[in-house]
Write a protein that binds this ligand. Sequence first.
Ligand SMILES: *[C@@H]1O[C@H](CO)[C@@H](O)[C@H](O)[C@H]1NC(C)=O
Ligand SMILES: *[C@@H]1O[C@H](CO)[C@@H](O)[C@H](O)[C@H]1NC(C)=O
Ligand SMILES: *[C@@H]1O[C@H](CO)[C@@H](O)[C@H](O)[C@H]1NC(C)=O
Ligand SMILES: *[C@@H]1O[C@H](CO)[C@@H](O)[C@H](O)[C@H]1NC(C)=O
Ligand SMILES: *[C@@H]1O[C@H](CO)[C@@H](O)[C@H](O)[C@H]1NC(C)=O
Ligand SMILES: *[C@@H]1O[C@H](CO)[C@@H](O)[C@H](O)[C@H]1NC(C)=O
Length: 177
Amino acid sequence: MCGTKSFAFWLLQIIGLIGLLALCLWLALRPRRPNYTIMNFSVPSVNDSNASDHGIIQYELVIGNPNKNSGIYYDDIFLLFYHGVDKVGNNTFPSFYQSKYRNFRVLNHVDVDTPLWTALRSSILNATAELRVDLSTNIKYKTWGIKSKHHGSHGEGNIPIGKDGKISNNKKKVKLR
Ligand SMILES: *[C@@H]1O[C@H](CO)[C@@H](O)[C@H](O)[C@H]1NC(C)=O
Ligand SMILES: *[C@@H]1O[C@H](CO)[C@@H](O)[C@H](O)[C@H]1NC(C)=O
Ligand SMILES: *[C@@H]1O[C@H](CO)[C@@H](O)[C@H](O)[C@H]1NC(C)=O
Ligand SMILES: *[C@@H]1O[C@H](CO)[C@@H](O)[C@H](O)[C@H]1NC(C)=O
Ligand SMILES: *[C@@H]1O[C@H](CO)[C@@H](O)[C@H](O)[C@H]1NC(C)=O
Ligand SMILES: *[C@@H]1O[C@H](CO)[C@@H](O)[C@H](O)[C@H]1NC(C)=O
């Protein structure tokens, strides 16, 4: 009687310990979300009188994988640029796999036609321009060879633009949250 009781107690302890270990392991391995940054941003043709009907927004997108134990599979990544309520352009980056703890960098540009360009250009010359960027994709983590299910991944940020056509904050970059 006493023997089975202490055996049951011992078993309970073991199960508790395994549970605790699993929890610790899960906490340690649980992947963190990737981070998205826009940098090297510029609108070069603001002062070019030949380019009054058409402008270009150049930028670099940096995607950081902060996980030392997980790679990340990205589906196609959609970037949308808004000036006020107007969509000024969009880009799509094809799906790819990012290894553990790596940065992915890519340069791209958006062409802006009139009348959106006319409005954007005059607000840049007025030093009141701000663009909103929306990023959306789906990702899967790969941790120790095991793929997770799909997660939506989104980011959003406001880019203040100075008269020089560059980001006018101190860091010269914008994190998408
Ligand atoms: C982007 O900016 C960083 C520093 O802000 C610089 O080191 C890097 O060379 C730039 N990349 C391009 C392609 O201009
Ligand atoms: C504008 O175009 C004219 C003729 O096509 C050219 O001579 C001039 O250098 C251009 N200006 C700029 C700023 O590119
Ligand atoms: C973004 O990811 C990179 C890994 O590529 C990491 O070094 C950096 O600390 C991360 N930034 C933030 C804010 O988590
Ligand atoms: C993205 O831009 C293309 C033209 O460049 C346009 O046809 C398409 O509708 C845009 N997509 C979105 C979601 O705005
Ligand atoms: C220029 O700036 C003023 C105030 O700073 C603002 O009232 C006006 O709407 C701006 N014009 C444009 C075209 O953005
Ligand atoms: C446009 O001209 C203004 C004034 O001359 C200057 O401050 C600004 O840097 C120029 N912008 C670009 C994109 O060259």
